[in-house]
Design a protein around this ligand. Structure first.
Ligand code: PHE
Length: 339
């Protein structure tokens, strides 16, 4: 067969090869040891030396040409196969994704937000406070002297001598007074965590939230406290709610009161929830003790004020009817979904 005919045949065969198998068959029949091209070369041996050079050059050129065409076709087919594979496997981005649910509000923070809003409307500023306090801010400046039994009323976690996890947000009263002494009037609330060793009582937690409130000015009396708390309770629990003051004792307020709100379940008639009393205790409060004002740089002859401390979980439990304080910390999604 003529060399140029072989070349034409090879070009045709390559073009017809549409897959790796046909391509391999082409390689075997043209380029392998027993293939067309090597068999052309084997003829060199029978030739006259004069003809050999020209013939050899032609066959080598043919081989180079066929190899080149073969490689090109191979690359082309590989690319085609890859393209088809990619097309078949391509991601269908129109499929539905996972639904992203926004986290429901935690009842603890819902209450903080709501209380903050109510008191902001009354001109109270929010202070952040700190969880780690000195004994002075937590006790001494709040009129609790070193050996006073009130320090034991609140089982304290001490970090080292003089340093503790605050047992009450009241510590922030002392900071607020100190920071504002030369500015006179003062209205702050401070929401935050407090810590007490309450290990033998299943209804208490070693960590809970409080919101402290403090108002200082000229002639701030117990009736200002009552009016403010009444407004707070009505916005928080509903217009029908009433409050009552019971006299109590805190070292940093004088007089001191315990504030009760009418029971949500019976409306004040008396039921199992309020243990027949018609009321549920929600917070401690009172007129700021003159010693506390003095410690904070205020002259008790010129200024007076009220303070209160309300338990965040307690308010949330009453507001939402939550029966167990531990639910706040268990991260149970079934509980959290309810808000
Ligand atoms: N700090 C008190 C407590 O934790 C509550 C309180 C705050 C009472 C402010 C009076 C005034 O029990």
């Amino acid at each position: 067969m003529d060399i140029s005919e072989i070349e034409t045949g090879a070009v045709k065969a390559l073009r017809a090869a549409s897959g790796q198998q046909e391509l391999e068959a082409f390689r075997v029949s043209y380029l392998s040891k027993k293939g067309v091209v090597p068999s052309l070369l084997s003829k060199l041996r029978e030739m006259e030396p004069a003809e050999r050079a020209a013939y050899g050059a032609k066959v080598n050129a043919l081989r180079a040409k066929i190899e080149e065409l073969y490689e090109a076709r191979r690359a082309e087919l590989l690319k085609k196969a890859l393209d088809e594979k990619l097309k078949a496997e391509s991601l269908d981005l129109s499929l539905d994704g996972y639904e992203l649910k926004s986290a429901p509000g935690h009842p603890y923070h819902l209450i903080v937000d709501e209380v903050t809003e109510i008191f902001s409307d009354l001109g109270f500023k929010v202070m952040e406070g700190r969880d780690i306090e000195t004994e002075d801010y937590n006790f001494t400046y709040l009129n609790v002297p070193a050996d006073h039994p009130a320090r034991e009323m609140q089982d304290t976690f001490y970090l080292r001598q003089g340093l503790l996890l605050r047992t009450q947000t009241s510590a922030e009263q002392a900071h607020a007074l100190e920071e504002n002494a030369d500015k006179g009037e003062l209205r702050i609330i401070c929401p935050g965590k407090t810590y007490r060793r309450d290990d033998d009582d299943p209804t208490h937690s070693h960590q809970f939230g409080q919101i402290e409130g403090l108002m200082v000015g000229k002639d701030i009396s117990l009736s200002d406290l009552k009016g403010t708390l009444e407004l707070f309770v009505k916005r928080m629990f509903g217009e029908k709610r009433k409050i009552r003051f019971r006299s109590s004792y805190f070292p940093f307020t004088e007089p001191s009161v315990e504030v009760d709100v009418t029971c949500s379940k019976c409306g004040g008639k008396g039921c199992s929830m309020c243990k027949g009393t018609g009321y549920i205790e929600i917070l401690g409060a009172g007129e700021v003790h003159p010693s506390v004002l003095r410690y904070g740089g205020y002259d008790p002859e010129k200024y007076s004020g009220f303070a209160f401390g309300v338990g965040i979980e307690r308010v949330a439990m009453l507001r939402y009817g939550i029966d167990d304080i531990r639910r706040f910390y268990q991260n149970d999604i079934r509980f959290l979904k309810g808000f």
